[in-house]
Design a binder for this molecule. Sequence first.
Ligand SMILES: Nc1ncnc2c1ncn2[C@@H]1O[C@H](COP(=O)(O)OP(=O)(O)OP(=O)(O)O)[C@@H](O)[C@H]1O
Ligand SMILES: [Mg+2]
Length: 505
Amino acid sequence: MVRSKTSARVAVLEMAHVAKAFGGVQALVDAGLVLYPGEVHALLGENGAGKSTLLKTLAGVHRSDAGEITLHGRAFEQGSTRDSIEQGIAVIYQEPSLFPDLSLAENVFVGRQLVSGGLVDWAAMEKASRALFERLGVNLDPHAKARGISIADQQIVEIAKALSTDARIIVMDEPTAALSSQEVERLFSVVRNLRDQGGAVVFVSHRLDEVFALCDRMTVMRDGSTVGTSLIRDTTDSEVVRMMVGREVSELFPKLEPRIGDVVLKVENLGLAGQFSNISFEVRSGEIFALAGLVGSGRSEVIRAIFGIDRYDTGSVTIHGSRLAPGRPAVSMEQGIALVPEDRRQQGLFMASSIARNVAVTMLKKLTSWLLLRRTREESTAATWAETLQVKFANLADPVDKLSGGNQQKVVLAKWLATEPRVLIVDEPTRGIDVGTKAEVHKLLSQKAQQGMAVIMVSSELPEVMGMADRVFVMREGQHRGTLERSEATPEKIITLATGGAVAS
Ligand SMILES: Nc1ncnc2c1ncn2[C@@H]1O[C@H](COP(=O)(O)OP(=O)(O)OP(=O)(O)O)[C@@H](O)[C@H]1O
Ligand SMILES: [Mg+2]
């Protein structure tokens, strides 16, 4: 820490020795965070390190068991979320929760409508919202209903709401996880704007490139405690990773020599009106086949159609030479296809069921049908996978919604890997997963491929595509724009194809 530089400034927030237990789980042991005005401060740590829990004590969602929290030198009043807002703290989550049937202006002022002469002053709220949107440099219509606007726009509305309450501390917990790269850029310029106006921003992300691009300082947590703070410009990425993981991570993309075999899955001329058309490719056993492209380019729609979640209008899918029935996920599973969806919270997990049940549910047939034995088998299968993926949990019988975000993702992945599919389709396999475990997931995918599994991977992270894929199939606006072999794929070529440059091969 650079004392001479920071001691002149007065911290807006000081959290020290914060502890919090949930039953037997000590989520926070000795956590701290010091925040200055006019900075963007990264809060980093592995999945389950306690980042969200620390921020939720600030948000008024949880009450800490011990520790000191001061705001502008005064004791922070731990109470409800409303109390936190009144003390100038705004928290923006990965998935904001606007009221869909209210207008954007109404959402900005929800719960504290502007009133003039005893009447709700709609015009004033619209005007104020418009001014806030302008200040944030975005083009949103205050009249529009919130329903159907993108997650990125919803976040902007949340930020506008934060500004309208005069929040001086703005906390963003993994705000970029569901955004496209352009949306990330827009969010960054909004954040820089807030910083330049003297706001203090806490930013959580598992993408180190974002942290280096945006943040001024960082605090790293490990196992519920803060392990260090430093200036971003004085820190290298391997130092960050070492602080987070507590050890050296040698290789982020441990790709094994592929053993490419016969064609397993063949997609011919697949089309769905308004979504995608003329999609044809073959995937071989042992191959990691990446679908690259911008968010919204139709990649997720294609794999959902292949697996049978959605139907398609034209074309066919064959697995080992036999035609796969469209629109029948159960049949696809029987044929050895697994799909790990992008939106895990909604599609991937039974939130109230145990970790063990979630891992085992898709493979119950493979487990013995003897009811008595089943439970222990379920536990041992789950335990093996949970260990491989380093899921951090207290008890396999705990419900999944008690896990940290990244650990929930790992459970979904474990659940599908446990079915030992012939074709594994993964949509954004490491979104929300910390760097150390990312390497584990990559290793696992690479090993599974080498053992003969065909892997289809949708990924928006170019390093992941570059590091893992044997071939890269690039889509734009629902169309195939080019395929790159591993040897010829470069980030520039992928971006050019994805954004409308020249068409290769
Ligand atoms: N409501 C809860 N009940 C029980 N345990 C909880 C609860 N919330 C969090 N935990 C536990 O507290 C620990 C810290 O979780 P937290 O969500 O703060 O991690 P995180 O650093 O935000 O991780 P990620 O990067 O995966 O989002 C985890 O072990 C988690 O299982
Ligand atoms: Mg979290």
